[in-house]
Design a protein around this ligand. Structure first.
Ligand code: NAI
Ligand code: MG
Length: 505
């Protein structure tokens, strides 16, 4: 293992990564792999080297239109929304089984396409995606309405009906996980759909489309159209025959999606957007464990996570000790080839993201924050960046306000709990927050005072299939995970009948 002069561990490129065979590069529409109507393609890049992995069909507005027609036909006339929920559940279980049988292949696709850790994808992220399918497979036959008594001579019942054709717009940071986070509940609900994976990471989504067909998902129910955001993505959000759009990505693009929905057919929108999540560490914390949590909180998935704990507030009594430990741990963190099992951080997803992160680091220095460690690119090939820690950060600095989406953290000191709450809430975002303390009163007070969709007490990144997750404020609206996500893809119809022939009718 080589080491850079500044102390960060690095790992040389892995000479023998698992061989990755790219089998699917065309659009998946109505059960078949097809070229785009224009014949256009785009290159998907390996962020370890900047080299081309494969050439993928580029979906345009016309291709989205064909995919929506297939999904519409499958929704209006096909078996999927009409079959018993238990039958949909059986097919989703089969798909989960197929994911399990192809874990290594899917992990390799996300690792090579997105620079994600192969071992992590293989042991955690892909198996979790299969379990997400199982969770919603079990829910597919438990979609019930209510019986309502009404007053006097009427009674009513509600039907929960699938919302129709859904457009899913997927980001690149968790390609397979995010695919199933959206696809699994909407399939269970009985919807049909068009999925647009991110242009940076289209490969695993196409492979999953193939597996869905093998599992028995009928043609037209699940269509996957890779392409660029402003073209294929915009064609989804503005389409007149899509009933709902579910988007995960940047706040700016989320705004555009909502505008397009408003200007077209007023389709329902759910948005899971950016974050600048606080991790608040109190004086009574175990400093070593807290530093570990803060490190993982910002470096997991190279910081390319919407819930990254990128603002770390530390109480003054332990600040110096905490800072020292965090820096030590960051220096020992191994950056390198994501196929190497010793590596903890791979390359950023693409050149644009890499340059964006480096420019935020430069901005942080200019703003007057103190760089404790990191701050530079690693190596001269690919998009690797050192774990970077700033201290002396002021709340109004750009590095404390903007989502950087990289391995960069901002440390800030606080005196009182009230001050910590005020500072933690001083953001336009509200996705997640972490609290580290042994004091139950502090934990309870802070968790109720932070305006964010998920609060982790003495842990971080603790997700569960049954735990709703989603934003407050400009981090968006509409939950992923849990039964809340299933209900995003259902709509309520009320049916009213008289109980007997009454003279008032
Ligand atoms: P983005 O929001 O532009 O891309 C996410 C998805 O939206 C991709 O599939 C993209 O093709 C699509 N898209 C882009 N423009 C669109 C449009 N006009 N209409 C419909 N769909 C469109 O994010 P981008 O540019 O890849 O990354 C920029 C920043 O966004 C990141 O640095 C990060 O801060 C944030 N981000 C947040 C994510 C999250 O999980 N909340 C995920 C990805 C990015
Ligand atoms: Mg974009």
């Amino acid at each position: 293992m080589a080491s850079l002069s500044n102390g960060h561990s690095t790992s040389p490129p892995n000479p023998n990564p698992p061989s990755v065979h790219i089998k699917f590069t065309q659009l998946f529409i109505n059960g078949s792999f097809v070229d785009s109507l224009s014949g256009k393609t785009f290159e998907t890049i390996d962020p370890r080297t900047g080299e081309v992995i494969a050439t993928v069909a580029q979906g345009g507005r016309d291709d989205i239109d064909v995919a929506v027609k297939a999904a519409r036909q499958a929704f209006d006339f096909g078996p999927w929304p009409r079959m018993p929920g238990s039958e949909r559940g059986r097919i989703l279980m089969k798909l989960a089984e197929l994911i399990d049988q192809n874990t290594e292949e899917l992990a390799a696709l996300d690792a090579i396409d997105g620079g994600k850790l192969y071992q992590w994808c293989k042991t955690v992220e892909i198996p979790s995606a299969a379990n997400m399918l199982r969770y919603y497979a079990g829910a597919a036959d438990k979609i019930h309405g209510e019986v309502l008594k009404m007053s006097r001579q009427f009674h009513a019942y509600t039907l929960l009906e699938p919302i129709g054709v859904v457009g899913h717009i997927i980001p690149w940071n968790l390609p397979t996980a995010m695919f199933f986070t959206k696809v699994a509940p909407s399939l269970a609900a009985g919807c049909t759909m068009v999925v647009k994976p991110a242009e940076q990471t289209p490969l695993s989504a196409l492979f999953c489309a193939h597996l869905a067909k093998l599992a028995g998902v009928p043609d037209g129910v699940l269509n996957v159209v890779p392409g660029f955001g402003p073209i294929a993505g915009a064609a989804i959000s503005s389409h007149m025959d899509i009933d709902k759009v579910s988007f995960t990505g940047s706040t700016q693009t989320g705004r555009e999606v909502m505008q397009a929905a408003a200007k077209s057919n007023l389709k329902q929108v759910s948005l899971e957007l950016g974050g600048k999540s606080p991790l608040i560490i109190f004086d009574d914390a175990d400093v070593d464990k807290a530093a570990e949590l803060a490190l993982i909180g910002v470096l997991f998935n190279k910081g390319e996570v919407c819930v990254a704990g990128s603002r770390v507030f530390v109480q003054e009594g332990i600040y110096d000790e905490f800072e020292k430990k965090l820096v030590e741990k960051a220096k020992a963190w191994v950056v390198g080839d994501p196929f190497d099992p010793n590596v903890q951080q791979g390359p950023q997803v693409d050149k644009r993201q890499y340059e964006k992160i480096l420019s935020y680091i430069e901005h942080g220095k200019r703003e007057g924050a103190t760089l404790l460690t990191g701050g530079k690119a690693v190596g001269n090939k690919g998009y690797y960046i050192e774990p970077t820690i700033f201290t002396d950060v002021k709340e109004d600095m750009l590095i404390a306000q903007d989502e950087i989406f990289g391995p960069v953290t901002a440390l800030m000191k606080f005196k009182t709990m009230e001050e910590a709450i005020k500072s933690a809430n001083n953001t336009r975002y509200g996705l997640a927050a972490g609290i580290v303390t042994k004091n139950i009163d502090i934990a309870n007070t802070v968790s109720r005072s932070i305006r964010a969709g998920i609060i982790w007490i003495n842990c971080y990144f603790a997700f569960g299939n049954d735990v709703p997750f989603g934003g407050y404020k400009m981090s968006g609206f509409g939950k992923e995970h849990g039964m809340e996500a299933l209900h995003k893809y259902l709509q309520v119809k009320s049916v009213v009948t008289p109980i007997y022939n009454s003279p008032w009718l």
